[in-house]
Design a binder for this molecule. Structure first.
Ligand code: NIG
Ligand code: FE
Length: 410
């Protein structure tokens, strides 16, 4: 007879299992369901009528609520010093993001604030933002460096990212974004800075095992495709998977570049072209859409959702939480905005913060769907149907959250 740590009864499941995406029911619905957890993983799930008899150390009735995989925020820059609310005011008055960046503001202003901040300040801000994400049903968060741009601060950010996750009880996946902007210390010599990232930062990150992936920013105000390619070559030598801030403000061939290196994801992709989209499909890369940055930058060019869908590129959604382009600390809020602005279906929205987000973080075997063998990271919701998660804005519908079968305080 099986013995379980937790048995959840009287639930409706939206499993989001991969087959469901292609079938008639994109939610992977199981009504009148039970779900058993052993050793932090889903040991059994299905219609309660088929539940084998077993012993459960603990039982929890969902009282008819919907259970989904816990949410995953697969693209954030949520560890930083200061804020850029004054720059937002400047943008509202007519200045562009690129103009502010060229004048030494933008990412560089956060770099200055982050270098100057104490560990306690950085952890305090990150912890508040992680707690807000947790109240939205998030148990896994990616956090990028990229506001250090010197060896010490880049490494410090990555170490603090893991610490902030530990303190919040969440799983954090740190990403090294050394190639985010050109720091003033390099006197305009972007190639010399890329040498420094490749020869000094990435090897140190790999040596201390501080990041799970390497990201870069390919844009006219950041790095060229050739410079990004050098970073990706080095990442490959060090055995680190890559991702790219691609085609956010212009078509730089970012999608094709990401695909050429088998990137886990190409992110933003507002301006990606058809050849780039075909290359992403071929490479199995995920397109990560970031509605927060789109809205807060008052962008008008939408990501090519119909083309991504037609090509079979999986789509994820994330907050992009950062002080410049996306001061967003709610992952749930991204769902109705992506539905209304990008015309994602509600089921695509939920898959974008569960199944496809897990894939972006290289965790598809562990998280992102409700299937036997996966980690028991579960969210229970006070909604009549999960489509409401892409409908209400600011409703706080989370009823309970489990990480590895353990209930988290929310
Ligand atoms: O994802 N585009 C580059 N990186 C961030 C913005 C970071 C910042 O402005 O501080 C983004 O939008
Ligand atoms: Fe970003």
């Amino acid at each position: 007879m099986p013995s379980w740590d937790l048995l959840i009864t009287d639930a409706k499941l939206a499993t989001l299992r991969p087959g469901a995406a292609a079938g008639d029911d994109p939610w992977g619905t199981v009504e009148n369901a039970a779900l058993a957890v052993a050793d932090g993983r889903i040991a059994w799930l299905g219609p309660a009528a088929g539940l084998p008899s077993g012993d459960a150390a603990e039982r929890w009735s969902a009282e008819g609520r919907w259970l989904t995989p816990a949410l995953i925020d697969c693209h954030t820059h949520l560890l930083f010093g200061g804020d850029r609310a004054a720059e937002f005011e400047q943008r509202l008055a007519g200045a562009s993001y690129a103009e502010i960046a060229r004048a030494g503001g933008g990412i560089m202003s956060t770099v200055r604030a982050t270098r100057a901040a104490s560990d306690e300040d950085l952890l305090g801000g990150a912890s508040r933002r992680l707690a807000a994400l947790c109240r939205d049903g998030v148990t896994t968060v990616e956090i990028k460096s990229g506001y250090g741009l010197d060896l010490d601060t880049e490494l410090r950010m990555l170490r603090l990212a893991r610490r902030a996750g530990g303190a919040a009880g969440l799983r954090v996946r740190p990403t090294c974004l050394g190639a985010h902007a050109l720091p003033a210390d390099f006197d305009g010599d972007a190639d010399a800075y890329i040498d420094f990232v490749c020869d000094t930062v990435l090897p140190a990150v790999a040596e201390e095992n501080l990041a799970d992936a390497v990201d870069a920013y390919c844009e006219s105000i950041a790095f060229t495709p050739a410079q990004v390619a050098r970073v990706f070559e080095r990442a490959r030598e060090l055995g680190l998977p890559v991702r790219l801030h691609a085609d956010q403000l212009s078509d730089c061939g970012g999608a094709a570049l990401a695909a050429r290196y088998g990137a886990l994801s190409a992110d933003h992709v507002e301006y990606s072209n058809d050849a780039g989209i075909a290359a992403l499909a071929q490479a199995g890369s995920v397109a990560v859409l970031l509605p927060g940055a789109f809205v807060m930058l008052r962008e008008e060019t939408r990501p090519p959702v119909a083309a991504l869908r037609a090509a079979g590129v999986p789509i994820a959604l994330a907050t992009d939480c950062n002080p410049g382009t996306s001061p967003v600390v709610s992952l749930l809020a991204m769902l109705p905005i992506a539905a209304a602005q990008f015309r994602l279906t509600p089921a695509e929205c939920l898959a974008g913060v569960t199944r496809n987000a897990a894939r972006v973080l290289g965790l598809a075997d562990e998280l992102g769907t409700l299937e036997a063998g996966k980690r028991a990271d579960l969210a229970a919701w006070d909604v009549g149907h999960p489509r409401e998660l892409a409908y209400w804005l600011g409703a706080q519908p989370l009823a309970a959250l489990f990480r590895g079968g353990r209930r988290l305080e929310i």
